[in-house]
Design a protein around this ligand. Structure first.
Ligand SMILES: [Fe+2]
Length: 226
């Protein structure tokens, strides 16, 4: 669990995360906004070390559970950052009623960070929503599970699992995301809006960061919806 990328106003942290015996890793993104407040995307386990680093970096103001699966550690942040606002993917209202989010994302939501961070709500189906973000200052697209980029070294058994879910050494969605994306018209519309952002790098929750040729790579990764 350690600091990975440090791009000034935006940082990423990585931790291990095992899924069916495979370490797919998990990534948390921290944006330091113009007023010094922190926006935390997809929180990982809140260890004393992570807490110290967050507190040294700025004031934790917004904590985002960006899709219907990335909510596992939100409760710890709720207990620790009583002044923060907690924002959830639309599907978490029904899936995690025990988590008292300040609000859930919708197209009508006008956040305090408008102008610094933009967002699009991807609605795959009633069981899969993901809120996708664009940090204007760093020109960074921030995804969670919509696309995976599993291009590291894996054991034989890990490679088998990654191949089975369709993401071994390729950039794209897992078979699970494809299966859960029932409404292709809404999905295409969300991707079209995402591709209008002038991003030049991509942060995703699982796999290697994309720092070169980002727009072309994302166009190819979204091609399955065309
Ligand atoms: Fe995930």
């Amino acid at each position: 669990m350690s600091l990975e990328a440090d791009w000034g106003t935006i940082r990423t942290y990585r931790s291990d995360l095992r899924l069916i015996g495979t370490n797919i890793g998990a990534r948390m993104t921290i944006i330091k906004m113009n007023n010094g407040d922190l926006f935390i995307h997809s929180p990982i386990q809140l260890t004393p070390q992570i807490r110290q680093e967050l507190d040294d970096f700025g004031r934790v103001k917004f904590v985002v559970a960006p899709n219907d699966f990335h909510h596992l550690f939100v409760k710890d942040y709720m207990a620790s950052y009583l002044e923060a606002e907690f924002l959830g993917s639309p599907g978490l209202r029904a899936k995690r009623p025990d988590l008292k989010f300040s609000r859930y994302f919708s197209d009508e939501f006008v956040p305090a960070w408008k102008g610094e961070i933009d967002f699009v709500v991807f609605r795959g189906s009633k069981n899969f929503h993901e809120v996708v973000f664009f940090h204007v200052q760093s020109q960074t697209l921030i995804l969670s599970d919509l696309v995976m980029n599993m291009k590291e070294r894996y054991s034989f058994s890990e490679a088998l699992i990654l191949s089975a879910i369709g993401v071994h050494h390729r950039l794209g969605p897992s078979r699970i995301v494809k299966m859960l994306t029932k409404n292709r018209v809404l999905a295409q519309d969300a991707f079209r809006r995402i591709l209008q952002w002038p991003f030049n790098k991509v942060i995703l929750a699982h796999g290697t960061l994309i720092t070169a040729d980002a727009r072309n790579q994302m166009r190819q990764a979204f091609a399955w919806l065309a």
